[in-house]
Ligand binder design. Structure first.
Ligand code: 8YV
Length: 316
């Protein structure tokens, strides 16, 4: 029975979700433990599930410390911080929350595209600083009708493309392979450099992890060029931040709209003085509606597993 299962919660999740899980499972809070190793020694043998998120993940070491582990249930679609290979080797099921966050993440991508190229955040700072009566603000760059290059045409990438089409943008994309079910007007590029060279906005929507690490490097940024905008709602690791900082400083690209960072929550101090960047604290899925839907899906995966030995959205 579900009430008998011990769960290890790696970090704080949505308070309503935590309260609900605590009412029905024996939840052990790893992040609050004074001595995490002692907690694992004492309860590790009983723990059957890990409740985590893309932010907190689940390491090989943690998985190894839990001999009775059956499943890892993650809040979020990205699972690059979960050692899926270690889980697979132990026959541990891994679930995420795909689908329910696509719309809000895509909304945020479009918001960043407009914010950075139309200088929305900068204009807001200008008005607040009382500069309007005495100074002119200057001009922004048009977004409508431009070329939108999407890196990774998955569920989120497709939602970004649909929204960009409403702005009369031309859609280009790169992906491991062309998507047969994509509208025929979407133009496939075989690699990210070719895509960047033909895009006004390069929008990242690929998963994180080793396969995409530093996919956007100095060569890609230079292909994007001084009139190109980089938008990242994917993972900070996809961009070589050490290459991005000088590219922005030297205006080798026009600007960047970033929701994620390589070492978040730390962000490069150089960004703070730049007006051609818009910085968000990883909020792309952060609406009441979407976070509630993510919590519902995660909870439903957990409950189905402990009731019926089945899950809805399995990663592997
Ligand atoms: C979450 C995310 O904020 O779904 C993802 O992959 O990055 C976000 O939706 C994150 O998972 C919470 O840690």
């Amino acid at each position: 029975p579900a009430s008998a299962a011990d769960l290890l919660m790696v970090g704080p999740l949505l308070p309503e979700l935590v309260a609900d899980l605590e009412s029905r499972y024996r939840v052990h809070r790893l992040w609050e433990a004074e001595d995490p190793a002692a907690l694992l020694r004492e309860h590790g043998g009983a723990i059957r599930g890990i409740a985590t998120s893309g932010r907190f993940g689940a390491t090989r070491e943690l998985i190894g410390a839990l001999p009775a582990l059956e499943g890892i249930f993650s809040f979020g679609v990205g699972y690059d911080t979960i050692d899926v290979a270690a889980a697979k080797a132990r026959n541990v099921v891994v679930t995420n929350t795909p689908g329910v966050l696509d719309a809000c993440v895509a909304d945020t991508a479009l918001a960043l595209m407009l914010a950075v190229s139309r200088r929305i955040a900068e204009a807001d700072r200008f008005v607040r600083a009382g500069r309007w009566p005495a100074e002119g603000f200057g001009l922004g760059t048009r977004m409508s009708g431009k070329r939108c290059g999407i890196v990774g045409l998955g569920n989120i990438g497709l939602q970004i493309a649909r929204r960009a089409q409403a702005f009369d943008m031309e859609i280009l994309y790169t992906n491991r392979k062309p998507r047969e079910d994509a509208p025929t007007s979407y133009r496939y590029c075989p690699d990210v450099v070719t895509l960047a060279a033909q895009s006004d906005y390069l929008v990242l929507a690929v998963p994180g992890g080793a396969a995409t690490r530093h996919m956007v490097n100095a060569q890609v940024l230079d292909a994007l060029g001084p009139d190109g905008w980089l938008i990242n709602i994917a993972r900070g690791t996809v961009v070589d931040e050490a290459a991005l900082v000088p590219a922005l400083q030297q205006k080798r690209i026009a600007g960047a709209g970033l929701d994620v960072f390589e070492h978040e929550p730390a962000t490069p101090a150089e960004f703070n003085g730049m007006d051609n960047v818009v910085l968000l604290p990883h909020i792309a899925s952060g609406t009441h509606e979407t976070r509630r839907a993510m919590a519902d899906l995660m909870r439903s995966n957990l409950d189905s597993w402990f009731r019926e030995g089945q899950v809805h959205t399995r990663v592997v």
